[in-house]
Ligand binder design. Structure first.
Ligand code: ADP
Ligand code: ZN
Length: 621
């Protein structure tokens, strides 16, 4: 327990005990997660490390604690100014001597930081790569004792990645000029090529590699069939996420504007963000999203790069993302703080048609088209999955796993059914009607609806007329979508989305293949509580949700947090993360010392904010 841990200097020299002590007293965390302890041990002893961990996995302590345990200042290279500033603010809140050097500072501010460096009073310095690499600054570093170099977002050295930063390549001078200082590179990008590139470009060939699972256990994955996307989204927000921050992704700028405006008329604080807006409005919207509580950002994928907001409670996709990689990256922006979060996607046949057509009509080479089709197929398979979504996602990322208990499929099991016979009927209806009609008409024929169009073409005479009365129109539509996803039905590239039977459907028609389907019955609006049978550490982090807390208490705590943050011109999550605030609401500490038992509260934050929150709680006893 944090309160009982002995002071640092009375411990024998044992890195782990000392590291744990810092974790308790400074961070207010109970125990190390995953491979954090190993990494810290290795770096404190002077080893180089390459750390591959998902977003929210807890990379920061892997270099922050070694920097505090080793002599001298830890130099952290980071590509984004806003990100650096938040991190430094968070460290200062915990009582760590941290500072930042970047181009947005005045000369006086920079001089003040340099003076601190010379006096040896800093534990951590965050610096932009271009500043670090100036000869003047490197000279200054040579006069100092340096604990370590940490290279955050290390995938920025990769020329093929989308975050490429040319200055990152020159960071190999650190190894040449400071061969005895340990270096630790960190990234949430795990693919093999990027990993290899980081090693060679940063001269980290000898470094120990720490690869951890890319699972994000606190994120609940849900895929729903789109009926009325905006209303479905509203139900999601009103059900679980009133007043919570979220990101809604749409494909087009027009849809972004419409959706944001529509949500606003339903009392949701929604703002648009896309590349077609003027830079100033965009900047302002982003700023509000970061600083204010509970903003829903409706955006195209232009939004998100470098968004480090830890308390994004949901990421909703109203259109299909472009690939599983993109989906993983975009949904990964939810729940960085480890508290429960949702990744919610609504999709329909139109998406499949659109994305297929986009590939076919693109200027891509045939080879690239094959790759794009494969990526789309993988994504569709994920959407149509009848087994655990997380297992599918992780297996795509190269990891084996067990059913998770925290996705729509795990939470509503036993709903898959053998749709082979209905599939045959649908294929047959398509064939019999001459492969000239869209899904709506085929469903009418199957369900025996004698519409004008049906009688005009004499389709009520066909043997397939009415053979599908027992199946709901909605199910026929999702079956059609699945057949298109699987390539059994082909959408012909004309404006009416007419369907044709593909050659590959042969085994299904002959009864040699089966087709499993899920019943589209995803309910919404229940409390968001992950039920994990996975690792204990993940479960504790994700255990509490807003459903466990009285709404007025939650609001009172959030308002106090907001006031404390505004007074210091900081975003609220720098004071306390949501998970910490939830734990306060649940434990209702009575005395100052009780706050030390709340995850995320160390000694400094207890002293600084304990009394404030005791006051809020007093009104609720
Ligand atoms: P990353 O940089 O990998 O995205 P962070 O270092 O920002 O992740 O950590 C993500 C969240 O996890 C933060 O809220 C942090 O306080 C929390 N965290 C990190 N390590 C631990 C731990 N050992 N126990 C509990 N929470 C932790
Ligand atoms: Zn699952």
């Amino acid at each position: 327990m944090p309160a009982d841990s002995p002071p640092l200097d009375s411990l024998p020299f044992d890195t782990l005990a000392a590291a744990l002590d810092i974790l308790h007293r400074v961070y207010g965390h109970e125990a190390f997660r995953g491979r954090q302890a190993e990494i810290i041990d290795h770096v404190v002893k002077g080893g180089d490390a390459l750390v591959l961990m998902p977003t929210g996995g807890g990379k920061s302590v892997c270099y922050q604690i070694p920097a505090m345990l080793r002599d001298g200042v830890g130099i952290v290279v980071s590509p984004l100014i806003a990100l650096m500033q938040d991190q430094v603010a968070a460290l200062q809140q915990m009582g760590v001597a941290a500072a930042v050097l970047n181009s947005s500072q005045s000369l006086d501010e920079m001089r003040a930081v340099e003076a601190q460096l010379r006096q040896g009073t800093l534990q951590l310095l965050y610096v932009a790569p271009e500043r670090l690499l100036t000869p003047r600054f490197l000279d200054l570093l040579h006069t100092l004792k340096i604990a370590l170099f940490a290279i955050d977002e290390a995938h920025c050295v990769s020329q093929w990645g989308h975050d490429f930063r040319p200055e990152y390549i020159q960071l190999s001078v650190l190894h040449q000029q400071f061969p005895d200082v340990p270096r630790i590179a960190l990234t949430a990008t795990a693919d093999r090529e990027t990993r290899a590139e980081i090693r060679t470009r940063l001269a980290l060939e000898e470094a120990e590699v720490y690869l951890t699972s890319f699972d994000r256990p606190n994120i609940r994955y849900r895929v729903v069939e789109r009926t009325d996307a905006k209303r479905q989204l509203l139900a999601l927000i009103e059900g679980d996420y009133v007043g919570a921050a979220g990101i809604v992704y749409c494909q087009s700028r027009k849809k972004v504007d419409e959706t944001a405006a529509w949500l606003a008329t339903h009392k949701i604080k929604a703002l648009p963000y896309h590349a077609g807006m003027d830079a100033e409005t965009r900047r302002r919207n982003q700023e509000r999203f970061l600083r204010e509580d509970g903003i829903v950002m409706v955006a195209t994928i232009a939004f998100g790069m470098g968004i480090d907001k830890p308390d994004v409670r949901f990421v909703a996709h109203l259109d299909l993302p472009s690939s599983i990689e993109a989906y993983y990256q975009e949904t990964g922006r939810a729940g960085r703080d480890g508290a429960a979060a949702d990744a919610w996607l609504a999709f329909g046949l139109a998406d499949v048609v659109l994305l297929r057509r986009r590939i076919e009509e693109s200027e891509l080479s045939d080879q690239r088209k094959v790759v794009s089709r494969r990526k789309l197929d993988a994504l569709l398979a994920f959407c149509e999955a009848t087994t655990c979504r997380r297992v599918a996602l992780l297996s795509y990322l190269g990891e084996e796993s067990q059913p998770c208990g925290n996705c729509d499929i795990c939470l509503e099991p036993g709903e898959s059914w053998d749709a082979s016979v209905p599939a045959q009927k649908l294929l047959s209806a398509c064939w019999r009607t001459g492969q000239r009609f869209g899904v709506g008409h085929l469903v009418d024929v199957l369900r025996g609806e004698a519409t004008d169009k049906v009688t005009r073409f004499g389709h009520e005479q066909l043997p397939v007329f009415g053979i599908g009365r027992d199946v709901d129109a909605q199910i026929w539509k999702s079956l059609a979508r699945q057949l298109v996803s699987l390539g059994y039905l082909i959408v012909q590239s004309d404006q009416f989305n007419t369907l044709a039977v593909s050659e590959t459907a042969r085994p299904l028609l002959k009864g040699e293949a089966t087709l499993m389907m899920r019943r589209p019955t995803v309910k919404m609006g229940r409390g968001n509580r992950p039920r994990r049978n996975g690792t204990a550490e993940a479960t504790t982090a994700a255990a509490l949700t807003r459903a466990d807390v009285a709404p007025d208490l939650w609001d009172a705590l959030r308002n106090r947090r907001r006031d404390l943050a505004t007074a210091q011109n900081l975003p609220p999550y720098v004071i306390f993360h949501d998970a910490t605030l939830l734990a306060i609401a649940q434990a209702k500490p009575q005395r100052l010392e009780d706050f030390l038992h709340i995850p995320g509260i160390g000694e400094r934050k207890m002293k600084r904010y304990g009394a404030d929150f005791l006051e809020v709680l007093a009104a609720f006893r």
